[in-house]
Design a protein around this ligand. Structure first.
Ligand code: ZN
Length: 247
């Protein structure tokens, strides 16, 4: 049976408390709600970014379509103007003038159709520009929110890091006051037991596994010397005996 001064065994409870605090801090760091919030904001921003790229492509397509429609209209308008000028000049045969007049009528109809198309292209472009502007605004808002959440997350992480530093210093101070062999035994015991290696025996109940010891275990504990390191028969943790143990 391993041995260690009873006072050192009792210090294991302080060490255990600090280790539980450290585990809580590690858990807190791993589950900072601001991180989940940030992850979902960034995912949303990527989604909006993709849609924004598509919307901006629609805007460039729309700008090209409007430019082409404008050029089409201008071409027909110029030709109609030339025909009108020649008609007004009245030069050429009557047949030529009739042909010009006929072509002019057809150009005017064509211009009407093209102007209609130009108007449609401009409306489509306006819609695309509006959608792109809305998405750009949303993207900007998401970026601001992400910055804000990042600041809050970093504040929490800094707080956790401060507490961790303090807990580690406390741990060092406690561990240095315990026989190294007992600290080693505690480490070996707690590793496979959820980080809990030492438990107080309080009113005949192991605080590690919450089970009450049976009569024969109690008898064995009563027979053990104060510097015997004893273990819980149920969970295998070091059982620390104090005045509260009910022995
Ligand atoms: Zn136990």
């Amino acid at each position: 049976m391993p041995k260690a001064p009873a006072i050192d065994q009792q210090k294991l409870l302080d060490l255990q408390a600090v280790d539980i605090r450290l585990a809580q801090l590690a858990h807190r760091r791993a589950t900072v709600p601001e991180q989940a919030e940030l992850d979902s904001l960034l995912a949303e921003r990527r989604r909006v970014g993709d849609v924004l790229v598509a919307a901006r492509t629609l805007v460039s397509d729309g700008e090209r379509a409007v430019a082409k429609a404008e050029a089409d209209v201008a071409q027909v308008r110029d030709r109609a103007a030339r025909n009108t000028a020649r008609l007004n000049a009245g030069s050429g045969s009557a047949k030529d003038l009739q042909g010009l007049q006929h072509e002019l009528e057809s150009l005017v109809r064509r211009q009407g159709v093209l102007e209609e198309a130009e108007l449609e292209a401009m409306e489509k472009l306006e819609q695309a520009q509006f959608a792109a502007a809305e998405l750009a605004t949303t993207d900007g808002e998401l970026a601001e929110q992400a910055e804000d959440v990042t600041r809050r997350r970093d504040a929490v992480l800094a707080e956790v890091a401060d507490e961790e530093r303090a807990a580690l210093a406390r741990r060092e101070a406690i561990a240095s006051g315990i026989e190294p062999a007992l600290v080693q035994l505690y480490e070996k015991t707690r590793a496979p037991r959820g980080g809990v290696g030492a438990a107080l025996l309080r009113s005949r109940r192991c605080e590690g596994c919450r089970l009450e010891l049976n009569a024969s275990d109690i008898a064995a504990l009563r027979a053990a010397a104060a510097d015997d390191v004893v273990f819980c028969e149920e969970c295998g943790r070091i059982l620390v005996r104090t005045g509260e143990s009910g022995l």
